[in-house]
Design a protein around this ligand. Structure first.
Ligand SMILES: Cc1ncc(COP(=O)(O)O)c(C=O)c1O
Length: 559
């Protein structure tokens, strides 16, 4: 090769190499800028903050519940799976976010979005969220969460005290005792229920004599050692599906979850529960726990917790209360009686992201007995050592964020009286909605509200007389079901208002049948009685439009 050609190739190589290096340098500089402490970067971070604040303001002030974009079309916009090579420009990325994600996200804070637990949040959670992510504590161990660990324990102890109300001495002894666990902060009610039943299983099938415990030897060995034919968990048929997950994970299988029928008010049938306990005992089945539900997922009704506590106590079985929904009634003088018996529970689940008005990702499980959670303790040599203060040693999750900031802040910035106000007004508005429904011929109320949830359905005009006389047949109900399903879907698509949908068992000419129910959740403090009327009137209008389009199409119609 001629020398000049060699030189030329070398120069070309250098050119590409230099270019590559410049590019890499530019990327490195851009990426490193993203990590610089905020004071040195006032321009970038402040600019990003102002831009996102504007988007947040627009999002929060929207009245419609969502955009009417077709969901399949929306899905199509997310079909590229390539990672971008170079860092994107923030402005461009924000535009992308605004156009594709934010514009089509659900306005959970709209006062007319009254179909799910997600609702408006108090304004302090937004700066607190910024603080939490900026501090980036990992609450698994004190080496990454020095102040956060005792701080979280304090917030949980405050909640524990509201449930169990033990003496000052009790709380002084246990609040910051590394051997005691009054509660565990988790991502939601599902994890809370799983942990409660995990503790119940490990405690009841623990180490004894030559047996090292279910935790070490597994369920088959435990049942063999204790001489049981199997193990079960018992609760109402309306238990949340997280109990199916728990039964699966704990090794008893979902068949090991015994679901007891409920009465007309969606509460566990107590004679049937008695009978199930006796049946299990006679079949030599180990009952890991009996579950009471304080606020069923669909209609918010509360089991008779005192009676269940008696049954569990007589059978010497762990009593767990799933108060994911109804737990915050402990803040209300007027309504806390509905939870009587909860103080006898061995464990209690409460969701912060339901009626405590905290952001998604906050659940809690509380233990009556401060040493119960030692039955699930795990240690590791680099962290969570035996006897340490590390919260991760008694937890399902490993690394987790300092979500206690929200709980602790909520308990202080809203306080006992503030939460009482929120709970009382939520229930009062739900009762208002129930009363409105009973006066409107278009609707039928399907559940009497205990808390802030209720079920009802739309009755097309041609069925109203039969509905009032309780003479609807199963076929009539099937047609009404189909109509309610269409109504709910059309309402969701139109996006002016929102109510969710579920099923409910009702008696129909002496037979139990499942009907489609509309489900209201009055969880937003901004929802007024006018908003509730607007939602009901919107449904009436949508129903009329559907009936008109049915008759125009001349399909076999309901009209
Ligand atoms: C009664 C009940 N328990 C548990 C859960 C599970 O809670 P999460 O969705 O927070 O895991 C729910 C959810 O709605 C619920 O209604």
């Amino acid at each position: 090769m001629a020398l000049s050609q060699q030189r030329q190739e070398k120069t070309q190589q250098n050119f590409f190499l230099e270019n590559e290096l410049t590019l890499q340098y530019a990327v490195a500089e851009e990426v490193m800028q993203l990590f610089a402490p905020s004071k040195s970067l006032i321009s970038i971070e402040a600019k990003m903050g102002v831009q996102t604040d504007t988007l947040v303001d627009d999002f929060l002030s929207a009245i419609n519940t969502n955009s009417d974009i077709d969901f399949n079309a929306l899905v199509e916009t997310f079909s590229d799976s390539q990672v971008p090579i170079n860092p994107a420009n923030f402005d461009n990325y924000l535009d992308y976010l605004a156009n594709n994600v934010i514009n089509h996200s659900i306005h959970t804070s709209s006062p007319r979005f009254i179909g799910h637990m997600t609702s408006a949040l108090p304004c302090f959670v937004r700066p607190i969220a910024k603080l939490m992510t900026a501090m980036n504590q990992n609450v698994v161990k004190i080496e990454t969460a020095k102040a956060f660990s005792p701080y979280e324990r304090q917030a949980l102890a405050m909640m524990h005290r509201l449930i169990y109300n033990f003496s000052d001495e009790f709380y002084t002894e246990h609040i910051q005792n590394s051997q005691s666990t009054l509660g565990i902060l988790v991502s939601g009610g599902t994890a809370a229920n799983i942990i409660a039943l995990w503790c119940a299983r490990n405690k009841s099938l623990g180490a004894k004599n030559s047996f090292a415990g279910v935790e070490k030897e597994g369920l088959a060995a435990a049942l063999d050692y204790y001489g049981y034919q199997g193990a079960v968990i018992i609760g109402s048929e309306l238990m949340h599906y997280s109990f199916d997950k728990a039964a699966d994970l704990l090794g008893i299988g979902t068949d090991g979850l015994i679901k007891i029928p409920t009465n007309g008010n969606n509460q566990i049938d107590l004679p049937a529960l008695h009978q199930a306990v006796a049946d299990c005992q006679s079949k030599n089945l180990h009952i890991i726990a009996i579950v009471g539900v304080a606020g069923t997922t669909d209609s918010g009704n509360i089991d008779s917790l005192l009676d269940i506590a008696d049954i569990a106590q007589a059978a010497n079985v762990h009593f767990h209360v799933d108060a994911a929904w109804g737990g915050p009634l402990i803040f209300s003088e007027q309504h806390r009686d509905k939870l009587v018996g909860i103080e006898r529970a061995d464990s209690v689940t409460i969701d912060g992201h339901k009626q405590l008005y905290l952001p998604m990702g906050i659940g809690m499980v509380f233990m009556r007995e401060p040493y119960l959670a030692s039955s699930i303790e795990k240690n590791a040599s680099y962290t969570m050592r035996k006897g340490s203060f590390d919260l991760g040693k008694r937890a399902l999750e490993g690394s987790r964020a300092g979500m206690a900031l929200f709980l602790h802040a909520g308990l202080h910035l809203i306080g006992l009286k503030g939460y009482e106000f929120l709970i009382d007004t939520g229930i009062e508005k739900t009762q208002y909605m129930a009363a409105q429904i009973t006066t409107m011929p278009e609707f039928e109320l399907l559940s009497q509200p205990d808390i802030n949830l209720l079920l009802y359905r739309y009755i097309p005009e041609s069925f109203r007389e039969l509905a009032v006389k309780k003479q609807l047949t199963e076929t009539d109900n099937q047609q009404i079901n189909r109509f309610n399903e269409r109504l709910q879907k059309s309402q969701r698509q139109a996006g002016r208002t929102f109510i969710s949908r579920t099923t409910k068992t009702i008696s129909c000419l002496e037979k139990e049948i499942s009907v489609t129910a509309l489900r209201a959740v009055i969880a937003n403090p901004l929802t007024t009685k006018d908003d509730i009327d607007a939602v009901l009137n919107d449904q009436i209008q949508i129903a009329l439009d559907l009936l008109i389009s049915d008759s125009l199409e001349a399909t076999p119609s309901l009209a």
